[in-house]
Design a protein around this ligand. Sequence first.
Ligand code: C2E
Ligand code: MG
Ligand code: MG
Ligand code: MG
Length: 277
Amino acid sequence: KAKAEGKGTFRMFEPALAERMLARSRMEADLRRALDVGEFELHFQPLVDVQTGEVTAAEALIRWRHPEQGLIAPADFIPLAEETGLIVPLGAWVLRTACTQAMAWPRAIKVAVNLSPVQFRDDRLPETVAGILKATSLEADRLELEITEGVLLDDEERTLAMLTKLRAIGVGLSMDDFGTGYSSLSYLRRFPFSKIKIDRSFVRLLPDDVESAAIIRAIITMGAGLGMATTVEGIETAEQYAFVAAEQCGQVQGYHVSRPLPSAAFLGFLTGLEAAA
Ligand code: C2E
Ligand code: MG
Ligand code: MG
Ligand code: MG
């Protein structure tokens, strides 16, 4: 389009593109450096069993503690890490660190780790997971891999083979952000997921919105029928918590229980709960 508008426009357009490319390659180099020097950290957000009120798991959520820019959220660097393939070593770092930290927790709760589509396309993923479990001595059933619909491959056979290999290791497989994709229902039937995480978009209007309430109720019932645990994400208020607790969902996760916490604070949260009990 720029070309059709004449040479002048084209020349004006060029520096902006070059600038963007330069910014991108700078950030790529910055990401590599950050991985080398250890600027990434995991925060942990508790998952609470609504029947007992106990913390039964924690989700590991990556952050980049940038020397100049402060704490950077995953949405601002995971896409570039995926484009550049850096997500493969970074994802392995997340797995290793999550398993290592879980071994240091005072109780044998589970740890959940998010997978990127790029990691899922890598045939060595099952070996990587098994190797990290062995190296850290974490029992396989304490690890849950969180997989969104976008992580699954178009090739259904390869997807099933990958998920089956991961299940054979003994780790749990959670369908993350459930209800936001197009084929979530058929995926649940075809693939060996052990848990459904209901996306927080269904929670936002609770408890007053009858449609949201009906959908959440139906998903919890379906999960139970399929023998899958259910976690409701994004619980921000006491009213929302009370609603899903009454619906017999398995676990809740959200700011109402706790925000994601740096590992020392999470440890304090776990021990504080124990002291209070
Ligand atoms: P996710 O796996 O669905 O993680 C839940 C996100 O919701 C987290 O955002 C969490 O901080 C946020 N959240 C939790 N409770 C509440 C709540 O009550 N209200 C609201 N509004 N938000 C809540 P975060 O940490 O920014 O992560 C965003 C996404 O980035 C994650 O979504 C996940 O897809 C991805 N991600 C995070 N860590 C990793 C990682 O280590 N590897 C990969 N591949 N992706 C990651
Ligand atoms: Mg997740
Ligand atoms: Mg989610
Ligand atoms: Mg998400």
